[in-house]
Design a protein around this ligand. Structure first.
Ligand code: NAP
Length: 445
């Protein structure tokens, strides 16, 4: 055993190439370029690193701080951020002693500034968030913000040359091509925190990309697996927030219940690994033990298995490609009663199909899908609309999209703002829910 908690023998020898350079066209494959870009990460545990954690008070944020506690010999915390939960943020400041924190809510930022005195700098508003995302005092930014609000800070951190551990999948959903290109331009390494994408990255290690047939993303199916649309229409917020295998923030928990989360993850996988939608499948696996698969052209399949615990993919993103030991629950195969799989139910859960449709349309369509979904989930959580109105609203928003090629950032921000307004208008004006059949037809895949 070397330094506390880390077994030096588990670390890949210095200088080992994780990927060999393929010949011909494959050298230009976006996945190869992505994986090659990660090579500079080798030996990440050799160097003490400073981390900025955006969204430290959330589910991923608090899990990340647990990981950083266990890996405290290798990482320090430069900055933390919250939307408004300053009580928890204050506790975190006491424990991790960051140089600065950002609080989106300006009034709460003032309050925290008074509480902390001169010990820690407190920045307020989006300006403060962007400031800590790009500051010189950190090497890496872990973005655990929720929703569209994560996009600007990711771009700010990339422009400042920070490596990124990305939990905020919405960043890649709404502006994936722009973000990946910016990462390449600034020689920034972007590691996925999402367990499925972490699993795929692990399965791709050392493989010849021309032999990859399919990426297969697993989904738990959420709390309403097997429900009919009529039963879904009556589900409560409390039931939707009761996920069977994962403890997560409210927005992603509802997304898991509608299967929109899996739709967002398909888009995220396309953008991150550069494989086309036809090479990405989704499989329901209720036990959440296999976090994803890669199928190869010879019929072999690699899978990554672990207990459903986000601290594992968080640690992998922070320490890639090293695998320090982790004090979390390990797999015990004799305790597993079964591992089961089934096809997603597109009829009763149209969100997955709607996300595929947005991906095929390209341009601003994924941003429209995301904005409509964020607004609809918010309205469901506050009790304004039933669960089944979420796909209705997303479908109605996508109706106004046309197929586009490349778009710029300004168009994406405009699409986001306009879609949110359109959704609010739609809900205010309509007294009856939209017909489910129109959603099913649109989501036909
Ligand atoms: N949770 C998981 O297990 C999981 C797994 C895979 C991927 N992800 C992804 O990770 C991201 C975070 O998820 P989560 O479950 O951790 O969310 P969460 O529990 O809701 O936490 C969100 C964090 O962002 C802050 N925040 C919220 N709105 C903000 C805004 N507009 N501007 C700035 N900060 C804001 C919150 O601050 P306050 O606490 O002050 O409100 C909190 O710190 C999401 O993109 C999700 O899809 C999560």
């Amino acid at each position: 055993m070397g330094r506390r908690g880390v077994n030096a023998r588990e670390v890949i020898p210095a200088g080992v190439k994780l990927f060999s350079v393929p010949e011909g066209d494959l050298a230009r494959h976006p996945c190869f370029r992505y994986l090659l870009g990660l090579e500079g990460f080798a030996r990440s545990l050799r160097k003490h690193r400073n981390i900025t954690l955006l969204g430290s008070t959330g589910s991923i944020g608090t899990s990340t701080l647990e990981v950083l506690t266990h890996l405290r010999d290798y990482f320090s915390v430069s900055s933390l951020s919250a939307n408004g939960n300053i009580d928890l943020l204050e506790e975190q400041v006491g424990q991790f002693r960051p140089r600065s924190v950002a609080v989106l809510d300006e009034e709460k930022a003032d309050l925290l500034r008074k509480r902390l005195g001169r010990t820690t700098e407190v920045l307020g508003g989006e300006k403060g968030l962007l400031e800590i995302a790009g500051r010189d005092d950190s090497d890496m930014v872990l973005n655990a913000l929720v929703g569209f609000s994560g996009l600007r800070p990711t771009l700010r951190a990339i422009e400042a040359g920070k490596d990124i551990a990305l939990a905020n999948k919405e960043t890649l959903v709404v502006a994936g091509e722009i973000v990946m290109e910016a990462a390449r331009r600034h020689h920034v390494r972007l590691l996925p925190v999402d367990s499925e994408h972490s699993a795929i990255l692990q399965c791709l290690q050392g493989e010849d990309l021309s032999a990859v047939a399919k990426l297969i993303i697993t989904a738990s199916g959420g709390p309403f697996l097997g429900y009919s649309t009529s039963r879904l229409a009556a589900v409560t917020v409390e039931e939707a927030l009761n996920h069977p295998t994962w403890k997560m923030g409210a927005k992603i928990t509802v997304d898991s219940a509608t299967l929109m989360n899996k739709g967002l993850e398909v888009i995220e996988a396309c953008r991150l690994f550069g494989f086309p939608p036809e090479q990405i499948d989704v499989l329901i696996h209720p036990q959440s033990i296999i976090h994803s698969f890669v199928e190869f052209t010879d019929g072999s399949v690699k899978a990554q298995l672990a207990m459903p615990d986000m601290r594992l993919p968080i640690q992998y993103a922070l320490t890639y490609p090293d695998r320090p030991s982790a004090p979390y629950r390990k797999m015990n195969f004799t305790e597993l009663s079964e591992l089961t799989f089934r096809q997603p139910d597109h009829r009763n859960f149209p969100c997955l199909g709607l996300a595929s449709r947005a991906l095929q349309m390209g341009g601003t369509a994924p941003a429209v899908l995301n904005a409509a979904n964020e607004e609809a989930v918010h309205m469901f959580l506050e009790g304004t609309i039933p669960f089944t109105s979420i796909p209705e609203i997303v479908s109605a928003a996508l109706e106004h999209c046309t197929r586009q090629d490349r778009v710029d950032l300004e168009e994406i921000f405009r699409a986001d703002t306009e879609t949110r307004q359109a959704v609010r208008n739609l809900v205010e004006s309509s007294s009856v829910p939209l017909h489910t059949t129109s959603v099913r037809q649109q989501a036909s895949i």
